[in-house]
Design a protein around this ligand. Structure first.
Ligand code: DAK
Length: 256
């Protein structure tokens, strides 16, 4: 059985759907390996300009697979080299939009936080309940969460295994947009389609500069931004876009 289903709902957009519904899409080593493979493949595919990542209505993902971890120690965990699976998502050059319905817990919440944009269905639930299992997040759950929501809400969630509803997560800054009913995936695809219609090199630079700039001081980040902004003036798509604006045409972009 494929643990990650792949679809292409609109031009230049790939949809990845986690497919372990019977286990609330728990992130087994096999599922993670498939996810890594798909991210690497799509990252290298020039026809793909945005990726939507989702689960099902019950769970985006309920975290790392507890059944696969119950009997193993630190050395075996290290030997799994799970980092390579996360790195494939973290270093993906294409914008990633998570469409979260149901539970996004533990590694599932960390997976959502690997995305660039998070669209949540109104019934989504976010949490990092690892403490309840005597462990802690290991894929960015302490670090990305605190950057998204600040120390006090992050501490509360991490230390009490508490959860946030979609609207609480939106208010806290963990979610980009909340969508009624079961519309999160459609909205995420729509956002991906909008991004895919933009000049790809501009999209690429914006994503890279925003993420890299978060890790360095403001002056250096502003310098990085200026350099990338100058660079985009060299692209064919920049010329196409500005000319189309002046001539009131609808442009198409080549990514050059
Ligand atoms: N792992 C394995 N199986 C899971 C699972 C999980 N995380 N979550 C659910 N399942 C399974 C259940 O065992 C059950 O299986 P059967 O009993 O049918 O065989 C099935 O999915 C349905 O689950 P429930 O009956 O519990 O379904 P409900 O709808 O009632 O509840 C739930 C859904 C998501 C609220 C509940 O299943 C739940 O609380 N699940 C556990 C959530 C959780 O604790 N997540 C954190 C996992 S620890 C690291 C990097 C990352 C991590 C650690 C280290 N390093 C780099 C070192 C990450 C750790 C984690 O994510």
């Amino acid at each position: 059985m494929n643990l990650v289903l792949v679809d292409y709902p609109v031009e230049h957009v790939a949809l990845l759907r986690l497919n372990r519904p019977e286990a609330r899409n728990a992130l087994s080593p096999e599922l993670r390996a498939e996810l890594r493979h798909e991210f690497n493949r799509l990252s290298d595919d020039p026809s793909i300009r945005a990726i939507v990542l989702t689960g099902d209505m019950k769970a985006f993902a309920a975290g790392a697979d507890i059944k696969s971890m119950v009997d193993i120690g630190a050395a075996e965990m290290m030997a799994r080299n799970d980092e390579q699976n996360w790195a494939a998502i973290r270093t993906c050059r294409k914008p990633v939009i998570a469409a979260v319905d149901g539970y996004a817990l533990g590694g599932g919440c960390e997976l959502a936080m690997h995305a660039d944009i998070i669209v949540a269905g109104e019934a989504a639930v976010f949490g990092q309940p690892e403490v309840r299992l005597g462990i802690m997040p290991g894929a960015g759950g302490t670090q990305r969460l605190v950057r998204a929501v600040g120390k006090y809400r992050a501490m509360l969630m991490l230390l009490t295994a508490g959860t946030m509803s979609a609207r609480e997560a939106f208010d806290a800054g963990l979610v980009s947009k909340v969508v009624d009913g079961d519309g999160a995936v459609a909205e995420a695809i729509s956002i991906a389609g909008t991004i895919a219609a933009m000049p790809p090199l501009a999209v690429d630079e914006i994503k890279q500069v925003l993420l890299a700039g978060m890790e360095i001081n403001l002056d250096a980040a502003l310098m990085l931004e200026r350099r990338a902004a100058y660079l985009l003036f060299e692209t064919e798509d920049r010329r196409t876009a500005m000319t189309a604006f002046i001539n009131k045409n609808k442009p198409t972009y080549s990514g050059s």
